[in-house]
Structures are given as structure tokens and as C-alpha cells.
Design a binder for this molecule. Structure first.
Ligand code: GAL
Length: 384
């Protein structure tokens, strides 16, 4: 065949390689999780999605989390809720800001507010995506963490833009249902309250809502679980049919041990039981995780101990992290990923992510440190 070019084969190969380098991303694809190490997105920027949760929709995973900035303002919301998308759970593409904070000082999500632990669900009835989060106002009347509101926003697409609907205290004027009463739910009237009586204090104005998560139970009921009563008790609230409100059916966490002072709730379901992993309440400093099991979301919950295994420092600090979510592997009833944050309050943007596989030991979920690990042997992450 006639030679079309006078270029030497070597020069042509160099040119081809240079062209290929321009066309393909310079960031090498990740093939494993590396807990606690800086985790870059597919453009090579550090993933900024703290206190996050994952929505699995249509073969894609969407990771929502708090966008944090560097320095002292870093734990206030200067940007909003960041979202990333992935098919394989290792490699995440930045899909921008799903819910933006507002520049309007009258907005409850005014820039500078505290907007934490965002989670999103897909509502099949309305075909909308619904996000809930913990909100603290950026105003002097309710400084710090005293507002303790639950915020909600909706979107037509998983990545947003999410439209802020409202932020409120919860179930004002509605007493909880008795824990563990299954189908025979009994409305309590403050009778079982322990001292201090925060439940009664907030009865009229609505219950506090701080660290929170959403959970789509296998029976089709979705839940909001949040730390309430000055973090003394977790509350379990049923979400209504469109997921943007509540049903007046809710209960208070009841466990045989450690029923007080739980934060950072993360839930999952396996083999007929619900599992709950929480932390204690030590702010940004890590503390020992707690694990509970119940046959019903209404409780009562049985304490299963600290799920962490390892040396004392790891067990006592949950591997220097605090839970945020448990991701169930689609297509499997047995595989779960524990997701946690390694907070860096002095420079919040540098907070790291600790994702570990949940192992099982005598029917109890267990976490062991892994320097790196893969989903080898798991069902295909995109569920296909
Ligand atoms: C933690 C909580 C975080 C954040 C922090 C503020 O206990 O889990 O989400 O609210 O306190 O100190």
C-alpha cells in the first residue's frame, strides 16, 4: 500500500499518544476504596460531600453532602449541598451544587446558616426527588445549634436544582406513639417522659431535629430519624406519601442500653431486622460507635455493642470518624457499606471519608479497619 505520510513511525506513535492524552481524562480511574485518604473526583478535585448520604436511582449513585470551605467559616454553609454521581462507587463525577444557599437574609437557608447531613430519596408517586437536612439559622435570635430544624427541598432531577420548601421543628402538638407497640400503637401523653422534660417543653412548638438521616424501609414506608430533645433521644418519624411532610405517627427511640444521647444515625435492613448505627454526642471529636437491632422500626431496640474491632484507639474513636450513612448494595441482601466522616473542624474542607464494608460476626454487624478494599465478589454496583 502506498505510504500516505512521510512521518517516521516513531514520530507518528508519539503524536498519537499525545493526542490520546488530550482526549482522555488525566485522572486515573480508582479501583478501590482508601478509607481516610484524600478522595478525588473524576476531575482530580477533592470530593466535598460531608455528612452525606447516597441515593441509588436508575443505575446511578448520587452522593449528597455538605459543601465545606477552608478555615474558620468552613462548617457554616457558604455554598450548599454538593452532589456527585457514580456508577461504580469508586469514581465520582462532580454534578455541582444540588441545593444552593440563598443570598436573601430572609431565607431560612441564608448563606452562613448551618446546613448538615443532607439525605435524598426518590418518591415514585410524584416522580420527584426529596431532600431533608438539618438546619440552623443564620440569625442572632437563634444562634448556634438552638433552632434545631428539619429542612426539606424537592427536585425533578436527582442532581437538582432542589427547591427549598421549608424548615421546621417537627410534629408540633402531637405526642409520640409508644415504642415497640407494633400494630397496636398507643398515643403517649407525656407520661413516659424522663427528666429533663424536653419532650413536654417542645410539645407545642415542635420537636427539635439535629443529626438526621432518611430511610426507605422495605415495606415501602420512608422515615426521617433525627436527634431530638437536646440530643437526648432519637425520634423516628414516618414520612408522608410525597415525602415532603410527616404523618403524625412517630416514636421515640427505646433501647435496652444507650437509649440516650445518640447522634449520627445510619440505618439498614437485613434478614427481617433493622439495624441502627449511631455515635455518642461529642461534637466534632470522635467517640465509640453503637449498634442496635430491632424487628420493627417502632422498636424496641436491642443494643449489640460497639461494632468496631481493632486496637483500643480504633474501637474508641470509630477509626477516628462518625457515622453518616449505610449503603445497601443493590441486588444483595447481605452487603453493606458503612460511611463515616473524619471531621477536621480547624479546616473543614479537609474532612475525610471513611467507608468500610460491614462484616458479620454471630449475627452482629462488625467493622474492621481496611487500608484499602474493593467490591470484588459483590454484586455489580450498578445493579446490572
Ligand atoms: C456533631 C454532629 C455534626 C455536627 C457537630 C457540630 O456531633 O454529628 O453533624 O453537628 O456535632 O459540633
Amino acid at each position: 500500500m502506498k505510504k500516505l505520510s512521510t512521518q517516521s513511525p516513531r514520530r507518528a506513535a508519539v503524536m498519537a499518544a499525545a493526542l490520546a492524552a488530550c482526549a482522555t481524562p488525566t485522572v486515573a480511574a480508582l479501583r478501590a476504596f482508601h478509607p481516610g485518604e484524600a478522595w478525588n473526583d473524576t476531575a482530580g478535585n477533592v470530593i466535598n460531600a460531608h455528612g452525606g448520604g447516597i441515593l441509588h436511582y436508575n443505575g446511578w449513585y448520587y452522593w449528597f453532602g455538605e459543601d465545606k470551605i477552608a478555615g474558620p467559616l468552613g462548617n457554616t454553609a457558604q455554598v450548599g449541598v454538593h452532589v456527585y454521581a457514580s456508577r461504580d462507587l469508586y469514581n465520582w463525577t462532580d454534578r455541582g451544587v444540588a441545593l444552593k444557599v440563598s443570598n436573601d437574609p430572609r431565607s431560612p437557608i441564608h448563606k452562613g446558616c448551618i446546613l448538615e447531613r443532607p439525605k435524598a430519596l426518590y418518591n415514585a408517586r410524584t416522580r420527584r426527588f426529596v431532600m431533608w437536612f438539618h438546619l440552623e439559622l443564620n440569625n442572632k435570635q437563634k444562634p448556634g445549634y438552638s433552632a434545631a430544624l428539619a429542612g426539606v427541598a424537592v427536585a425533578e432531577e436527582p442532581t437538582g436544582p432542589y427547591r427549598f420548601l421549608r424548615a421546621t421543628r417537627l410534629e408540633a402538638g402531637v405526642w409520640p406513639l409508644a415504642p415497640g407497640s407494633g400494630g397496636r400503637l398507643k398515643r403517649l401523653r407525656g407520661a413516659m417522659n424522663s427528666d429533663p422534660k424536653f419532650l413536654e417543653r417542645d410539645f407545642r412548638g415542635g420537636q427539635m431535629s439535629r443529626d438526621m438521616t432518611l430511610f426507605d424501609a422495605p415495606d415501602g414506608q420512608a422515615w426521617l430519624i433525627s436527634s431530638s430533645e437536646e440530643n437526648r433521644y432519637l425520634h423516628f418519624y414516618e414520612l408522608n406519601k410525597d415525602y415532603t411532610g410527616l404523618t403524625r405517627r412517630w416514636t421515640r427511640f427505646h433501647a435496652d442500653k444507650f437509649e440516650h444521647d445518640n447522634e449520627a444515625p445510619a440505618l439498614f435492613f437485613r434478614g427481617g431486622n433493622y439495624y441502627l448505627i449511631t455515635s455518642g454526642t461529642t461534637g466534632w471529636a470522635p467517640n465509640p460507635a453503637r449498634c442496635f437491632r430491632s424487628p420493627s422500626m417502632w422498636g424496641p431496640w436491642k443494643y449489640l455493642g460497639n461494632p468496631c474491632r481493632g486496637v483500643t484507639r480504633q474501637v474508641d474513636t470509630t477509626f477516628d470518624s462518625q457515622s453518616t450513612f449505610v449503603l445497601a448494595a443493590p441486588g444483595s441482601h447481605n452487603k453493606f457499606i458503612f460511611m463515616a466522616d473524619r471531621w477536621r473542624p480547624e479546616n473543614p474542607i479537609d474532612g475525610r471519608y471513611v467507608w468500610l464494608p460491614i462484616q458479620w460476626e454471630k449475627g452482629k454487624p462488625i467493622l474492621r479497619w481496611q487500608k484499602s478494599w474493593t467490591l470484588r465478589g459483590w454484586p455489580k454496583p450498578n445493579g446490572r
